[in-house]
Design a protein around this ligand. Structure first.
Ligand code: GUN
Length: 296
């Protein structure tokens, strides 16, 4: 079997089109634009490029969008004050503080300072708690994107054996929680593998759906999966430069080997990556609607 490719670029494009239409309706009916501020501290090149992409997409969708660049030496107190300003700004519905922050700033304290109603990253403990009990307003963007990839590619999650490799707060733990809910596009039996797992291949071989966020290339190889598995590769590893001087990327899965056994697989790039920013936009539209008292 050679796997079907799950096209994240195409699925992200479809969702953005839907969000563009919802944004136009919000403008027409309520004279309101979803408002997103992205706060960037310092000039870390990867962070600059992520924030630029977030701004570009939000503008394309018709949002009111603000890019707030702060110097590397901003104090924690100043940053907390800035967040408080945006918490109180009625034109802003979503606040995103790009991570990582410089070492002298306590990241947890900063994330806790964001009003949970404006926490479009879904990182505030109030939103994490709501996700765990199946009452989420905002799902964290990468796991929400993974769930959309599965649903929109017609993968049956209900009753599936899902194995997650990696237990990070941003991907592994939330995707496990999302897919085990008794809800549409979920209701799976979920196992999480991590660096303390004794026999990882024992678990990965049982997977109907395998989600890999291990943070290293070739963490999953063909001998570790069963025929027909659906593989979602969350890894982004830089493995040199292309002839055009762009970063050459690979995921956490041995793509060439595993695609021969899988029924479907996400490529890297072009799989999970394009979904993350798109789900941030979805959360921002949701935040704007919640501010208007619209629940769905
Ligand atoms: N840095 C890398 N990924 C993310 C993300 O999803 N959200 C924020 N705020 N920072 C990040």
């Amino acid at each position: 079997m050679t796997a079907k490719l799950i096209n994240g670029n195409e699925i992200a494009r479809q969702i953005r089109e839907e969000l563009k239409q919802e944004t136009a309706i919000l403008k027409e009916k309520y004279s309101m634009e979803p408002g997103l501020v992205t706060i960037l501290v310092g000039q870390n090149p990867a962070s600059v490029s992520y924030v630029t992409a977030k701004q570009k997409t939000s503008k394309e969708l018709g949002f009111y969008s603000l890019q707030d660049n702060q110097p590397e030496d901003i104090t924690e107190e100043q940053l907390l004050k800035l967040i408080e300003q945006y918490n109180n700004d009625p034109k802003i519905h979503g606040i995103l503080v790009q991570l990582p922050l410089p070492k002298h700033i306590n990241e947890t304290k900063v994330l806790y300072a964001i009003d949970p109603k404006k926490d479009v990253d879904g990182f505030h403990p109030v939103n994490v708690g709501k996700m765990v009990i199946g009452e989420a307003d905002y799902l964290p963007c990468t796991p929400a994107g993974i769930q959309q990839l599965l649903i929109r590619s017609g993968v049956k999650v209900d009753g599936a054996e899902v194995v997650v490799v990696g237990r990070s707060n941003i991907v592994g733990k939330p995707i496990a929680n999302i897919l085990l809910q008794k809800q549409k596009g979920a209701n799976a039996t979920v196992t999480i593998c991590h660096t303390g797992t004794k026999d990882m291949a024992f678990h990965t071989k049982r997977a109907d759906i395998l989600i890999v966020a291990a943070g290293k290339p070739n963490a999953v190889t063909a001998d570790m999966v069963k025929e027909g598995v659906v593989v979602i590769d969350v890894g982004v590893n830089r493995i040199g430069m292309t002839a055009e001087g762009k970063a050459k990327l690979c995921g956490d899965v041995d793509f060439e080997g595993v695609r021969e056994k899988a029924s479907a697989i996400t490529p890297v790039p072009g799989g999970v990556g394009p979904m993350t920013i798109t789900m941030l936009m979805m959360n921002t539209v949701k935040a704007a609607k919640l501010a208007l008292g619209i629940k769905s």
